[in-house]
Design a protein around this ligand. Structure first.
Ligand code: NAG
Ligand code: NAG
Ligand code: NAG
Ligand code: NAG
Ligand code: NAG
Ligand code: NAG
Ligand code: NAG
Ligand code: NAG
Ligand code: NAG
Ligand code: NAG
Ligand code: NAG
Ligand code: NAG
Length: 616
């Protein structure tokens, strides 16, 4: 997120997904004592594990293994039917998994075979350090639930998994060293399988995977994201028909490079379809209009062309439509020419960003009265956006109109019906007066009104900005006047960027919130010293650009606080004096510009080798 481009929030926001482990499966508390052979099997299993945090303490202290942590027994037979020892929760961010702290390490001992009545096995988010997925895991005839998510297992998936004929739930995701070498043959034997998650597993050799996956008669949810799938799609799959129960299909972040495959449209039961981050080409087929259970359609980051089919308006349940980062074109008014279909009521998230749409923003956007996010950033839209566009959008939270050629024309007294969180209007012309309607918005966390043709002072009410603000970009306007103290807690606590560069601001640089990450004030008329810096003791600053101002005086000697600083530009000011030795502590500095000042002396030794330095 460095550099803080607002468009990125769209994509990142969508990719964040917290994956929680530990299912609410009832561990039956029973009076039955466990069976001695199974107790021994469990103790041998434990013997193969490293348990630095002593999580399995109860396994030593209690006689009855049915009462051990993670163990569930049948109240009728006393057999161990559940072994559930998932590690910590973790998060999935872009293509990477981060673990907080794996609980158990070691290996999955084959002594587990002593637990032949097991129906539920969850060892996810423990660390088996690259050991292979043991083939004996295919030998549990009653197993319904198997989760080895994110366990750092590796090697080939043993085809013996196909023997798990009772399996309903299989999660092998997050194991990037795991490879499929049997073309998923074993998969088609899993007749009861409802949920399959292999996200991140290397399926590059699974050539006819669509056919294998389509043969699962009970399947509801398939996740094959980040699987290195590359095979061009076959046009016909006999088993893809409307009697299928498939509800969620995620093939995102692969190398699929065909046009959108026709058999998909036979899955009329699909609710969530994720095909983003592939290389899909051609038009978006009209046939999407037949998928009348669809709730989420994510096609962003492909190379799709043409317009948005009008058949989408027939979809009464569609709530998220993500078409950003493609090569779509045509007038938006064409797609919006008849908005009387159901989708006008159901749509909540609409992303059309980074395409080649042209023409004005159609008036009847206002018909989608449940819209929460609207993004058309980075197209070729032109014309005037007025308050009638928004009159019914009372639920809108995130508005992205930037990087088009739009003008905003709101009446001075306009009171919008919404409270926005993200306001991205960079390059939308809205001047010369400072936009008064912003005064009604007191929840926003991101604001970009850069390059907006505003030639005004910033009204005092504005600086009372929301304390949650983490991105403020007002650069490339003609804003003038002084900037007040921004450090007081009642004002902003910027945790990220503030960009006021390329304006006409004057007077001293004000105090900033102590957790600010990047300050861009270049090309203004700021004067006085830069002593404000020494109050930023939290050390979170990574970019400071004060170039092209009228700053003067000595450099302060508090650089010891700025270990995170990677860009420091002070060039073209009237700063003077010696370079303080504490600057030597800028260990992460990549760009250092001090030119066109009146410094004397030398750079600290540690900075002299830094590449991007323009010396004083
Ligand atoms: C602010 O907006 C300008 C122009 O729209 C852009 O060049 C700049 O990178 C933005 N600043 C930040 C910190 O994102
Ligand atoms: C097992 O015992 C629990 C609690 O004693 C009870 O709620 C449950 O119904 C029992 N299950 C069976 C299958 O008898
Ligand atoms: C698993 O443990 C090994 C050392 O046994 C370590 O190198 C590796 O980073 C750990 N993996 C994770 C995901 O923590
Ligand atoms: C398990 O699968 C393997 C290979 O698929 C097969 O040869 C074997 O007979 C199966 N074992 C059982 C017990 O079904
Ligand atoms: C995936 O597997 C193929 C074939 O086994 C191998 O060539 C490729 O390097 C693997 N990819 C990764 C990222 O490990
Ligand atoms: C859709 O399903 C029908 C059978 O219900 C089948 O004849 C047809 O080939 C399928 N279409 C595609 C594109 O797979
Ligand atoms: C439809 O798909 C199911 C499995 O999903 C299959 O059992 C059935 O034979 C298919 N029907 C047709 C007509 O292809
Ligand atoms: C985008 O689509 C246009 C036609 O609309 C085509 O000429 C161009 O090559 C496409 N660009 C890419 C990167 O696919
Ligand atoms: C807006 O949508 C409603 C149905 O939700 C429809 O009746 C109406 O005609 C639409 N208005 C316009 C201008 O398309
Ligand atoms: C608009 O679409 C609806 C159904 O989606 C249709 O009934 C109506 O005739 C269309 N109106 C026009 C003017 O095309
Ligand atoms: C806003 O909603 C009202 C009432 O539902 C409707 O009459 C009006 O046409 C809508 N405005 C727009 C721009 O769709
Ligand atoms: C802006 O709106 C006002 C009244 O709402 C109108 O008189 C004026 O022509 C509009 N300006 C532009 C550039 O559209």
């Amino acid at each position: 997120m460095k550099g803080g481009c607002v468009e990125c929030f769209i994509i990142l926001g969508f990719l964040w997904a917290e994956i929680t482990l530990g299912f609410g499966v009832d561990v039956q508390i029973s009076e039955v004592k466990c069976i001695e052979e199974e107790r021994q099997a469990l103790l041998k299993f434990k013997h193969g594990l490293l348990d630095p945090e002593n999580l399995l303490a109860s396994w030593d202290s209690l006689e009855d293994c049915c009462k051990w942590k993670g163990i569930g027994c049948s109240n009728q037979t006393g057999h161990v039917i559940q072994l559930s020892l998932p590690g910590q929760n973790m998060v999935f961010f872009q293509s990477e998994y981060y673990i907080s702290a794996p609980n158990l390490q070691g290996e999955i001992s084959f002594s587990l075979l002593g637990l032949q009545h097991l129906t539920y096995l969850d060892l996810s988010s423990n660390n088996f350090s690259g050991k292979p997925l043991p083939a004996f895991l295919g030998s549990f005839p009653k197993l319904q639930h198997l989760s080895l998510y994110n366990t750092d297992i590796s090697g080939a998936i043993p085809r013996q998994l196909g023997n798990l004929s009772s399996l309903i739930y299989l999660d092998l995701s997050g194991n990037y060293k795991l490879t499929e070498v049997h073309s998923l043959d074993w998969l088609s034997q899993l007749y009861s399988l409802e949920k399959l998650n292999m996200a991140g597993v290397n399926l590059s050799q699974a050539v006819n995977w669509p056919d294998k996956v389509n043969r699962l008669p009970s399947i509801i949810d398939i996740n094959l994201a980040y699987c290195q799938l590359s095979m061009p799609m076959p046009p016909v799959l006999p088993n893809a028909n409307s009697s299928s129960t498939l509800s969620s299909l995620d093939l995102s972040s692969n190398y699929l490079s065909s046009s959108i495959f026709p058999w998909l449209f036979n899955y009329t039961s699909l609710v969530d379809l994720m095909l983003y981050s592939n290389e899909l080409r051609g038009p978006i087929p009209d046939a999407f209009g037949r998928m009348n259970s669809l709730r989420t359609l994510a096609l962003y980051q492909n190379q799709l062309q043409g317009g948005v089919p009008k058949s989408f308006w027939n979809l009464c349940t569609l709530s998220s439509l993500h078409l950003g980062y493609n090569n779509l074109s045509g007038q938006l008014s064409e797609f919006m020419s008849n908005t009387s279909g159901c989708m006008a009521d159901s749509l909540e998230l609409l992303y059309l960003d980074k395409n080649k749409f042209t023409g004005p923003l159609p008036d009847n956007f206002g018909n989608m009265s449940n819209l929460i996010v609207l993004s058309v950033v980075g197209n070729f839209l032109e014309g005037v956006v007025s308050e009638t566009h928004f009159s019914n959008l009372s639920k809108l939270q995130d508005l992205f109109l930037g990087s088009n050629s739009l003008s905003l024309n709101f009446s001075f007294a306009w009171k919008p019906p919404f409270q926005l969180d993200t306001i991205q209007l960079g390059s939308c012309k809205m001047g010369p007066a400072f936009p008064k309607w912003l005064q009604s918005q007191n929840m926003f966390t991101k604001l970009d009104i850069s390059d907006a043709g505003i030639s005004d002072t910033v009204p005092p009410w504005f600086w009372d900005i929301t304390p949650r603000l983490d991105h403020l970009n007002m650069s490339w306007n003609q804003l003038h006047g002084k900037v007040p103290d921004l450090s007081s807690p009642k004002v902003a606590t910027f945790s990220n960027n503030i960009d006021l560069s390329h304006n006409l601001f004057e007077g001293p640089i004000p105090p900033f919130p102590s957790n600010v990450g990047a300050i861009f004030l270049s090309s203004n008329r700021f004067s006085g010293s830069i002593s404000f810096l020494c109050a930023l003791t939290k050390g979170l600053l990574n970019v400071l650009d004060l170039s092209n101002n009228m700053l003067s005086g000595d450099l302060p000697d508090c650089w010891i606080h700025f270990k995170q600083l990677s860009v420091l530009s002070l060039s073209n000011n009237n700063l003077s004096g010696e370079i303080p030795s504490s600057m030597g502590s800028l260990i992460l500095i990549q760009i250092l510009r001090l030119g066109n000042n009146s410094f004397v002396g030398k750079l600290p030794l540690s900075l002299q080798n830094c590449k991007n330095v323009d010396n004083p």
